[in-house]
Ligand binder design. Structure first.
Ligand code: ZN
Length: 133
């Protein structure tokens, strides 16, 4: 048992006997030990202004555009009322941008279109549409 594992076990009044020992950094997991790992250099970028470089630049721009599109996407609900809907975020199901949360005993945030409030209890609303767009 490693020193760290012994300290952990002692702190919790337990023993790690019978459990698999913790892995060390140089343990051979799945047959890929440190000796099997070699760094391969990345191929050089094509020169700017070449068709090959333009192709790579377009691919990268498309990837960045996709990431920027999905970054503000949120699920239709989440269960942490402290995590407020951020400006510009939208529902992954309906693209809605109006969110509600229970005013008393909040349990989470919900898309008003996908999971509308019952209307029986007061709710807090947040509109995440960006102004001026
Ligand atoms: Zn929705």
């Amino acid at each position: 048992m490693s020193d760290a594992a012994s300290r952990f076990a002692a702190r919790y009044g337990e023993t790690l006997d019978g459990l698999a020992p913790p892995l060390d950094a140089d343990d051979d997991v799945l047959g890929f030990g440190p000796a099997d790992y070699t760094e391969a250099p990345l191929p050089p970028l094509p020169e700017p202004g070449t068709p090959e470089r333009a192709h790579l630049d377009r691919d990268q721009a498309a990837m960045v555009a996709g990431l920027l599109h999905v970054a503000p996407m949120r699920p239709a609900s989440w269960n942490d009322p402290a995590v407020l809907p951020s400006r510009g975020c939208f529902c992954s199901r309906c693209n809605g941008q109006l969110w509600w949360c229970e005013r008393e005993a909040p349990r989470g945030w919900y898309c008003t279109a996908c999971l509308p409030p019952s209307g029986l209890d007061p709710v807090r609303l947040i509109d995440t549409r960006e102004r001026g767009r």
